[in-house]
Design a binder for this molecule. Structure first.
Ligand code: MN
Ligand code: MN
Length: 440
């Protein structure tokens, strides 16, 4: 049952290919710190690989045939790609799914205020975070502001070398006697995650002169006024690029690897597929970190609706054909796994946990407290996957997320499984999951 470390199996050509993929992956991470930025990059890569916008084909009622490649996005925050196979679509799709949202701090709708001649932005954290990890770091602002006339202003401040950064202060150790006695979950509290953005008053102003100076700057640089924050999505994320980690450069450190490490690799695999027998699909979704809700999360009808559109362009659409297509599908639902950490061995059961270097992690089930909330993959399906992986010399391992009753977590897998298709959780092992800087 011991699985070999993949590094020891690689030839020189494999290492070269790996380095190439990792370079592109790091670029994807550095340029994709929000769902929208990941979707924009995915569209660009898809177009280069010969994918067409499905909306155009729907508008012109252009029929789809084997070999055709299409993509469709929704609200700029989720994307689905399809390559039509030779087999009838009702025989099912081969689907790769992952999520492109990551834990972060979102600006509140009314975020800007001044206190003691300092200007701050109020936030509401998104996803599960250890709040004390998000202070004293250089942070960047990414997102969009949509004005009443519909114009959209893209914001990205803090990534270029010459850009300023922002961030959240922490109490100095000298005065932290009381703070250090607190429990971990209240050392830094959610309402105190306020981002410091300025301290220079506007000349000639008496009241809120620092805030006014910043509002003037927003107007000059972006043409936005304070009320425009009401219709904005601005995410506060760690500033800086993805980079090699370890003196041997065997790892990558970056913000947002949960779950962009699975999203990027799924996308890269999809774009490399040529003339598949079964129709191939890759779906990258939003909102996983808060329960896969909303119009762009996996629970949305977007995926089902898009498969319906594909069916309509490949013959007659009918409800039975849609249901058959979905139930006959197979899916690798990929999300990060907790890697074994030598600093914290007590939370892991060593025979059933994920390790760096041992390949794709298959999780038959996830969940918490007796597998609750899990998609429990069928052994018949796992047997097929083992065979495929072994024959293609794909390194894989199997794992659970920590010891029984130690904690737990969920993914998107159970949602498409509700169509009665075969789905398994799998993914890449990560250290410091949900921290500002994660390691794969
Ligand atoms: Mn995840
Ligand atoms: Mn997560």
């Amino acid at each position: 049952m011991n699985r070999e470390n993949a590094w020891t199996t690689y030839e020189e050509a494999d290492i070269k290919a790996l380095e190439g993929l990792c370079k592109e992956y790091k670029d994807f991470l550095s340029n994709g710190k929000t769902e929208r930025e990941c979707v924009a990059q995915s569209i660009e890569l898809a177009k280069k690989a010969g994918y067409q916008d499905l909306e155009e084909l729907i508008k012109n009622q252009t029929p789809l045939k084997a070999g055709n490649k299409v993509y469709r996005t929704w609200m700029e925050k989720t994307i689905a790609l399809f390559q039509i196979g030779e087999d009838a679509i009702e025989d099912g799709l081969n689907i790769l799914g992952a999520h492109i949202d990551s834990p972060r701090l979102d600006l509140k709708q009314n975020p800007l205020y001044e206190d003691t001649e300092m200007a701050l932005l109020d936030t509401h954290y998104y996803g599960g975070v250890k709040k004390y990890q998000w202070v004293t770091l250089p942070m960047a602002l990414h997102g969009v502001v949509v004005k009443k006339d519909g114009t959209k202003v893209n914001i990205c401040i803090g990534e270029k070398d010459e850009d300023p950064v922002v961030g959240i202060t922490d109490l100095l150790i000298h005065l932290s006697g009381k703070q250090m006695q607190k429990k971990g979950n209240v050392i830094v509290e959610g309402e105190d995650l306020n981002v410091l953005i300025g301290s220079k008053p506007l000349k000639g102003e008496e009241k809120e002169a620092v805030k006014k100076q910043l509002l003037q700057l927003f107007d000059e640089e972006y043409g936005i006024e304070e009320e425009d924050f009401l219709s904005a999505e601005i995410e506060v994320v760690p500033a800086g690029k993805a980079r090699d980690f370890g003196l041997d450069r065997s790892m990558i450190m970056s913000y947002g690897q949960d779950d962009r490490v699975c999203a990027y690799t799924s996308l890269a695999a999809m774009l490399n597929v040529e003339a598949p027998k079964r129709t191939s699909c890759c779906i990258l979704v939003d909102k996983e970190e808060i329960g896969s809700v909303g119009a762009t999360g996996m629970h949305s009808r977007f995926f089902e609706n898009t498969v319906a559109e594909i069916l309509a362009l490949t013959g007659d659409y009918n409800d039975l054909r849609l249901r058959r297509t979905l139930q006959n599908s197979y899916m690798l639902s990929s999300d990060v796994s907790a890697a074994f950490d030598p600093n914290y061995p007590s939370v892991m059961e060593k025979k059933n946990c994920a390790y760096f270097g041992k390949g794709l992690v298959l999780n038959k089930y996830t969940g918490a407290r007796g597998k609750s909330g899990s998609n429990d993959a069928n052994p018949e399906y796992i047997a097929q996957l083992r065979k495929i992986f072994d024959e293609a010399k794909v390194a894989f391992q199997t794992a659970e997320l920590g010891k029984v009753d130690e904690g737990g977590g969920g993914t998107i897998a159970y949602i498409p499984a509700a169509y009665s298709m075969n789905v398994i959780d799998c993914g890449v092992a990560v250290l410091s999951m949900h921290a500002p800087w994660e390691i794969t």
